[in-house]
Design a protein around this ligand. Structure first.
Ligand SMILES: *Cc1c(COP(=O)(O)O)cnc(C)c1O
Length: 362
């Protein structure tokens, strides 16, 4: 493959070319240290500058208020499925979860290992075609938090209304992280894996309300305790330096592209372009979710037959448009348009889809 492809994969994601080129240029001799960033001591002044900048930028770009601390924790979003109930739930407390698709199911399954969990809303009977409305939650007493998934990566649905509830929210934002502003006052904890909107895989970025940091959890192993990560500036142990370094560069790039507002605008434009192709196809392409819950990041669509879906994926790949295969659990096609995916790629996909329809009538 001689040139870069347009990567519509659901994760890990495509990253901005200037970011990759900059990393390549400084790889063997970072900041005149005579070594690469992944060989440097994580206590060195050269690495410290990288680390501090990534922490500062993550809060700045996302507009995170001072009441929150940022933590880079290994184990991706998946480890947070366990760490959250382990740390937040005290004796006699329950946690409410929204079941809105594949990822929320995993969060629920892990939480059940550690605590008293119930569903405040369940989309399974409607086949996960939409997110709940702001007032649609059934909460019971002694609920410590309501866990939501802001964007379901596999089902292609997005939360457009934040819950109007009396308990703090905890949110998995892995697949639409830092692509829109959020009402921080509603949240106790926001987390997500880095590899969809922000950088390479290998860690979760966790924004935690500082008041939670005071809660000691002596019955957990050290790495699992938020209170031990608090105030340690993500240096409780050796951090995933390469992921942090790359994410810092992506955040800087995001800032140069208009920050959160720029990302939101671009997400609306990119997803809108593809939904337009779908809506203007006379039913040839079909997006199976409720229009109001359509994801800006993961656009799922079906064709008149599975044969045509396979043909489309194959021909798109040959044309340098890759990653369109839907998740194996649901089939069909999915175009993921994360922050770093250029509009140019979306235009290429639009033209490809229109031509494909013309050449392959149902
Ligand atoms: C990808 C994804 C995860 C899992 O992230 P890992 O970092 O691989 O653990 C969790 N939640 C959502 C919504 C995702 O899209």
């Amino acid at each position: 493959m001689s040139k870069r492809v347009f990567n519509f994969g659901a994760g890990p994601c495509t990253l901005p070319l200037p970011v990759l080129e900059e990393a390549q240029k400084e790889f063997t001799n970072f900041s005149d240290s005579g070594m690469s960033v992944i060989e440097l001591s994580h206590r060195s002044k050269e690495y410290d500058a990288v680390h501090q900048e990534a922490m500062t930028l993550s809060k700045e770009v996302f507009g995170v208020p001072d009441e929150f601390e940022v933590m880079f924790i290994q184990g991706g979003a998946t480890l947070q499925f366990s760490m959250i109930p382990m740390n937040l739930l005290q004796e006699g407390q329950k946690a409410a979860y929204v079941n809105c698709g594949a990822w929320s199911k995993k969060a629920i399954a892990d939480a059940k290992v550690y605590g008293d969990i119930y569903l405040a809303w369940d989309g399974s009977e409607e086949n996960f075609i939409r997110m709940p409305k702001a007032e649609e939650y059934a909460l019971s007493e002694n609920t410590r938090y309501l866990h939501i998934t802001s964007n379901e990566t596999i089902g292609g649905i997005r939360m457009t209304e934040w819950p109007e509830v009396d308990v703090p929210l905890v949110a998995d934002m892995s697949s639409d992280y830092m692509s829109r502003s959020i009402p921080w006052e509603k949240f106790d904890l926001v987390y997500g894996g880095a590899q969809k909107n922000l950088g390479p895989a290998g860690m979760a970025i966790v924004f935690i309300r500082k008041s939670i940091c005071a809660e000691e959890n002596k019955n957990l192993g050290s790495y699992l305790r938020y209170d031990l990560h608090c105030g340690k500036e993500s240096l409780y142990n050796t951090p995933p330096v390469f992921s942090i370094y790359m994410m810092g560069k992506v955040l800087k790039w995001m800032k140069s592209q208009g920050g959160l507002e720029g990302m939101e605008k671009s997400a609306i434009e990119k997803s809108g372009t593809i939904y337009d192709v779908i809506d203007n196809s006379d039913g040839y392409f079909n997006n199976p979710v409720d229009e109001a819950s359509r994801s800006w990041m993961n656009i799922v669509f079906r064709l008149p037959s599975e044969e045509l879906e396979q043909k489309l994926i194959k021909e798109a790949t040959a044309a340098g448009i890759i990653g369109l295969k839907g998740h194996k659990s649901v089939g069909g096609c999915r175009a993921s348009c994360y922050n770093s995916l250029p509009m140019e790629g979306v235009k290429a996909l639009k033209e490809f889809m229109e031509l494909f329809q013309k050449n392959n009538p149902a």
